[in-house]
Design a protein around this ligand. Structure first.
Ligand code: SF4
Length: 345
């Protein structure tokens, strides 16, 4: 299959139906043994220091890994992708723009998907068949998510890794499915996490710290049981058609659509506190104002740039946040016990 780089989650059913192998360039960047090397390639080419690391990483990956064809999402992800696309074109790559419709409306989505299918030389009917073929692996991803928040058997980092990888199913959905199936059987034999661990939500774009952030949180008797964007990548509400599935996908749309999903999951997963990750120089960071206003829980906003490990400043902030949440919880438990003992005030 011919590789087609993708700059974020796209309707991969259409790519697969057209005979392409989708390759998520973000995942290649962050899983590279030396991601700083890929940033250097972009900076040497002239990308400014104050440009988001994911954009520079994607550029570095395209050149270093020899990716020749890239599907660039120009609406519904990142405005920087438009200029990245122009630079990739200058370097001789074949770039294909793709824009999510302005509104997550099924009819508009259908037109958009139809146009993409025609551009790639396939049909929506063929892509619907791929959607059916992907249904079991997507169901497995939901199962993994439930093992995380309901059963306490899967770590926040494992949850992040598997869900974020559903954007391209690690370039081979059949292998992804068989690997995940085996792992789920293993996870089901584990002892659950202790019930006194704090339950955290992680919202915002995936961080440059990858697993390090999750491990650090767990080393302080807390764990992430909700990875917002990563879960969305797995298409948790598949609907009855591709148009329905991608209309239910919240990430490309208004922050208020995302908030509805976040608030539902916060209540369902009994979350104690929220980590909002923002990437330096990213327009999405402004959304922090809205999250802080709308979410009823304490929020820790963390900004990452090109430091791929948590620095001591961030570690201290996380520790202080978790201490505060623990005290808050302890106080709430005491009040509850006091009331249960028949005291009114
Ligand atoms: S983190 Fe923000 S600026 Fe960077 S690629 Fe993603 S949306 Fe764009």
């Amino acid at each position: 299959m011919k590789q087609l780089g993708i700059t974020t989650t796209v309707p991969i059913e259409i790519l697969l139906a057209a005979g392409y192998q989708p390759v998520d360039l973000n995942n290649l960047f962050i899983s590279d043994p030396d991601p700083a090397r890929l940033l250097n390639i972009a900076e040497k080419a002239g990308f400014p220091l104050n440009c988001c690391s994911w954009i520079k990483g994607i550029y570095g990956v395209c050149l270093d890994y020899g990716i020749n064809d890239v599907l660039c999402v120009t609406s519904g992800d990142c405005s920087n992708t438009i200029m990245l696309m122009e630079v990739l074109k200058l370097r001789g790559l074949n770039v294909i723009p793709f824009a999510y419709p302005q509104q997550p409306q099924p009819q508009q989505m259908e037109y958009t998907l139809q146009a993409l299918a025609e551009k790639l030389g396939t049909t929506l009917a063929a892509a619907e068949k791929v959607r059916t073929a992907l249904a079991p692996v997507r169901t497995m991803a939901y199962q993994l998510d439930e093992l995380t928040w309901k059963d306490g058997l899967v770590s926040g980092g494992e949850n992040h890794l598997w869900l974020v990888s559903t954007s391209d199913f690690n370039r081979d959905y059949r292998k992804f499915q068989s690997d995940l199936q085996k792992l789920i059987a293993e996870y089901q034999k584990r002892q659950p996490y202790p019930s006194d661990f704090l339950r955290m939500a992680y919202i915002g774009v995936p961080s440059v710290y990858a697993g390090g952030l999750y491990r650090f949180v767990e080393s302080h008797r807390a764990r992430v049981v909700f990875n917002e964007v990563q879960r969305q990548f797995a298409m948790p509400e598949p609907g009855n058609s591709l148009a329905g599935q991608y209309s239910n996908y919240t990430y490309p749309y208004s922050i208020y659509d995302r908030l509805r999903d976040i608030n539902t999951e916060i209540a369902r997963r009994r979350i104690d506190g929220v980590i909002h990750y923002v990437q330096a120089f990213c327009h999405r960071g402004i959304g922090d104002i809205i999250f802080r206003d709308a979410l009823k829980l304490p929020v820790l906003t963390m900004e990452g740039n090109d430091d791929f490990v948590l620095n001591s400043h961030n570690r201290t902030r996380i520790e202080a946040f978790l201490d505060m949440l623990r005290l808050k919880k302890l106080k709430a438990d005491h009040i509850e016990t006091y009331k249960e003992a028949g005291n009114e005030d």
